[in-house]
Design a protein. Structure first.
Length: 230
């Protein structure tokens, strides 16, 4: 089953009196349960492509189909519905609500769905168990380490069991030990829940965990490499 189908995708941005082409005729597909990454230096187009897949931006030309939705044809309400119901996001800066507890931070995406309080509690506690933070349920982000904050962010991204999780440099603010723990957690969730993960990264620690590596260079796919996983 194909989760993402990208065809002849080009993305241009205005720059001065002209324009800058960030992505040039990209063709890619991703199936269910992939653990893949867009790899490349800063300015290669990986975050731009991740944003389009996440319906945070639209193509200038070509098409990006995500779970059967043509991103360029969605209105703002439809794009928000796709994100709300099917996508999870993990950012390098955690983006946690500092005055709210771990429980409340993880629960937040569920408040947008039609769920009872008991359903939300069960789903939040399941997500916190996945990342090993059930003992921090009443803590607030300032009381947590960087690694714990990123695990809360993973729980928040996974709490509704999305079909697709998009992770933009998720280990950029973490030391090596925490980075490996985070990546092992995400790999475990990918394996056990069959959630598709798509990263944007130039971090070698992340790259070493990827099962598929799409190298971008100057807005084009330079190499698409599948890694044999034992």
């Amino acid at each position: 089953m194909e989760i993402i189908q990208i065809s002849n995708l080009t993305k241009r941005f205005p720059m001065g009196k002209g324009e800058f082409t960030a992505l040039k005729r990209i063709d890619l597909t991703f199936g269910k349960g992939e653990f893949a990454g867009l790899v490349g230096p800063s300015g290669s187009g990986k975050t731009t492509l991740l944003n389009i897949v996440g319906s945070l931006d639209v193509p200038s030309e070509g098409e990006a189909l995500v779970l059967g939705n043509s991103i360029g044809k969605l209105n703002a309400k439809q794009a928000a519905k796709l994100r709300k119901e099917n996508l999870g996001f993990i950012f390098q800066s955690y983006n946690l609500l500092q005055v709210h507890t771990v429980f409340e931070n993880v629960e937040f995406p569920l408040l947008l769905l039609n769920l009872s309080a008991s359903e939300r509690k069960r789903m939040v506690m399941d997500a916190l168990e996945w990342v090993g933070l059930t003992d921090k349920v009443k803590s607030k982000p300032p009381q947590l380490s960087g690694g714990e904050c990123q695990r809360v962010a993973i729980a928040r991204a996974m709490v509704k069991r999305p079909s697709l999780v998009l992770a933009d440099e998720p280990t950029a603010n973490l030391d090596a030990a925490n980075s490996h723990n985070i990546l092992k957690t995400m790999e475990k969730l990918n394996r056990e829940l069959e959630t598709t993960f798509l990263f944007a990264t130039h971090d070698e620690k992340v790259i070493s965990y990827l099962h598929r590596k799409i190298y971008l260079l100057d807005g084009k796919v330079d190499k698409d490499e599948v890694v044999t996983v034992n």
